[in-house]
Ligand binder design. Structure first.
Ligand SMILES: Cc1cc2nc3c(=O)[nH]c(=O)nc-3n(C[C@H](O)[C@H](O)[C@H](O)COP(=O)(O)OP(=O)(O)OC[C@H]3O[C@@H](n4cnc5c(N)ncnc54)[C@H](O)[C@@H]3O)c2cc1C
Length: 379
């Protein structure tokens, strides 16, 4: 059984069902409507460290490339590359060091001059003198809505049962062999293994199972919390607009279906309590910055804005594995979940079907948060 049909749960359900496991996928809403829907969805291992976490994210990018031909990738896979601009001396020094480190880690990254940058992304407006530009050709982005629809359909085609709304909302969870799950419609379901992929709600579910405080996430619901982020969609974008991911010091942008651009800014300090007029001001500011950075936005206005929440483990690394003290319960919660879902789902399915303990997952076990760690026993 899999709880949560975001990009991670849908990927895990599709992998397990494809391996011949009988899967029930439980989703309290419709699939893909929570964090995964609003994600910037940038496939990258650009600033990820230490090395094992970099390698895991890099493997995540490759896993999507491998999956795309078999899952109608034309509908959701956009390996368009990423251009990044650095202007301040500190940012240029950081970029130089990062590009050197990444190439040393077998990651495609290089500095380019202004002419090559303009050839790669003709929509870029001329930047101030001294701007440094880096090009990351192996990066891209995913369109999560069509992707998740296809993953869920693939799981269903392999025999998975998909329960949504009240039939999919988990309200009670008893660990054990079998584990028992109650849904809001009153149904009682049993499973050999419950894989909890409920994003930022994973701690609520483990608390239902009587195991509190083992999945420490960065706070997301209190005023001033840093896990929420603002995403803004603007359009229409003319044909002169960008085709790639672009990161400047003030704005991150990428194309979005429907002739839109998807925008984020690192300094947009918002949370789930930010008043709407402030959100609208930020949204207008992001549009202004995008217009300064690229061409094609002369007619654009803000089409949509949303505060959405990063499921962020406190140490910045993924949390994946059997939950100590809760037999039959396995958790998977991570930031960078879009980049990671294809690879993590392979590893999780291998662990649960073959009983192996993938070395790649060793640094991410939930047991690292316990003072007296319990051995990790897969289900
Ligand atoms: C602003 C922003 C930008 C981001 N940018 C990137 C990026 O560029 N690249 C990247 O890789 N990642 C990025 N991320 C992170 C990435 O989007 C997330 O890590 C990923 O979407 C998490 O997916 P998920 O499936 O774990 O969670 P979700 O998509 O939140 O799915 C969890 C699901 O569980 C369901 N659920 C919860 N409780 C229950 C219950 N009791 N019963 C049944 N179902 C339940 C929810 O309804 C939901 O559908 C970004 C996130 C944000 C917020």
């Amino acid at each position: 059984m899999v709880i949560g049909a975001g990009v991670l749960g849908a990927s895990v359900a599709a992998r397990l069902a494809g391996s011949g496991v009988r899967v029930t996928l439980l989703e309290q809403d419709q699939p893909g409507r929570a964090t995964s829907r609003w994600s910037f969805a940038w496939l990258n291992s650009n600033g990820k460290s230490p090395r094992p976490y970099h390698d895991l994210n890099h493997a995540g990018i490759r896993a999507w490339a491998d999956l795309a031909p078999d899952l109608d990738g034309a509908a959701w896979y956009r390996p368009v590359g990423n251009i990044e601009l650095a202007t301040s001396p500190a940012a240029r020094a950081e970029m130089t060091a990062r590009v050197r480190r990444l190439t040393g880690w077998n990651y495609d990254a290089r500095l380019v001059d202004a002419a090559e940058a303009a050839a790669l992304e003709p929509s870029l407006r001329p930047s101030e003198p001294g701007t440094m530009v880096a090009w990351f050709p192996g990066e891209g982005y995913l369109l999560t809505e069509p992707l998740i629809a296809r993953l869920v359909a693939q799981a269903r085609n392999h025999g998975a049962e998909i329960r949504t709304g009240e039939q999919g909302r988990v309200v009670a969870l008893d660990p054990g062999r079998p584990a028992r799950v109650r849904t809001a419609d009153g149904a009682l379901l049993a499973a050999d293994e419950v894989v909890c992929c409920a994003g930022r709600w994973v701690p609520e579910l483990t608390a239902l199972a009587g195991v509190a405080d083992t999945i420490p996430l960065v706070p997301w619901d209190s005023p001033g919390a840093t896990a929420p982020g603002l995403v803004v969609q603007v359009g229409p974008v003319s044909p002169a607009g960008p085709a790639r991911l672009v990161h400047t010091p003030g704005i991150c942008l990428r194309p979005h279906p429907g002739g839109l651009l998807h925008l984020e800014a690192p300094d947009a300090a918002v949370d789930l309590h930010t008043p709407d007029p402030d959100l609208r001001r930020w949204a207008a500011e992001l549009l202004r910055r995008a217009q300064q950075a690229v061409r094609g936005l002369d007619q654009a206005r803000v089409v949509e804005y949303q505060v959405c929440v990063r499921p962020m483990p406190v140490d910045g690394q993924s949390i994946v594995g059997p939950l100590p003290g809760a037999p039959g319960l396995y958790v998977a919660v991570t930031h960078s979940g879009v980049t990671l879902a294809a690879r993590l789902s392979q590893l999780i399915a291998a662990e649960l079907t073959a009983g192996t303990q993938p070395v790649e997952l060793a640094p991410y076990r939930p047991s690292r948060f316990l003072s007296a760690a319990t051995p990790d026993q897969p289900g």
